[in-house]
Write a protein that binds this ligand. Sequence first.
Ligand code: SAH
Length: 212
Amino acid sequence: MRLRNVPGARETIAEHPMAVNHPENLKGKWNQEFGNQNPIHIEIGMGKGQFLVQMATENPKINYIGIEKYSSVLIRALEKCEQLELKNLRFIRMEAEHICDVFQKDEVDRIYLNFSDPWPKDRHAKRRLTSKQFFDRYDAILKHTGIVEFKTDNDLLFTFSLEQVSEAGWNIVSQTWDLHQDKELVKGNVMTEYESRFSERGNPIHKLVAQR
Ligand code: SAH
């Protein structure tokens, strides 16, 4: 994600009703925040929010939460929501490694990871959102039947992720190295911003779904 400083982004986020400023206060209480018992799906590293805004529009009976570490990027998601009145969507500006401070055991039904940063250096492997360390965090917040869905065009990151799923003791429910050519798995696929960009360049999109 190309970063520009956006003046006033932090202030806008602090005042915006769809941005949650102290998410740790809602740990175990997200249903109260949404005012219903609907399932909660989160996207970690949601960027400018294209995928989540579409998902929330199409699925009003699911509550969505987008997590993004940069204010300058998250503000673009807030702008997309203007005039949409999506009651089932919230955003959090935070670093994903603190996710267990924000969600209680069994509170989350699904985790989306779309085009996560590859962190190509070996010594940074633990920072990848599909590392065993992150799967252990997902284990602590995800319902027993919950799933993690991951999409990327990065071959090395995808291979690493497949290995880490087993390393963490999870199972691969489905996988493909070319999602857009896979008649079954592409059904209902909602494109992310990066997915549109990379597939236009001719890169095949890889996807895996993991469960415990
Ligand atoms: N999911 C979007 C954006 C992909 S770019 C899409 O598919 O179009 C990856 C995004 O994840 C960037 O915006 C980056 O800032 C964010 N990100 C990366 N690591 C993160 C972390 N540890 N915590 C929170 N956000 C993170």
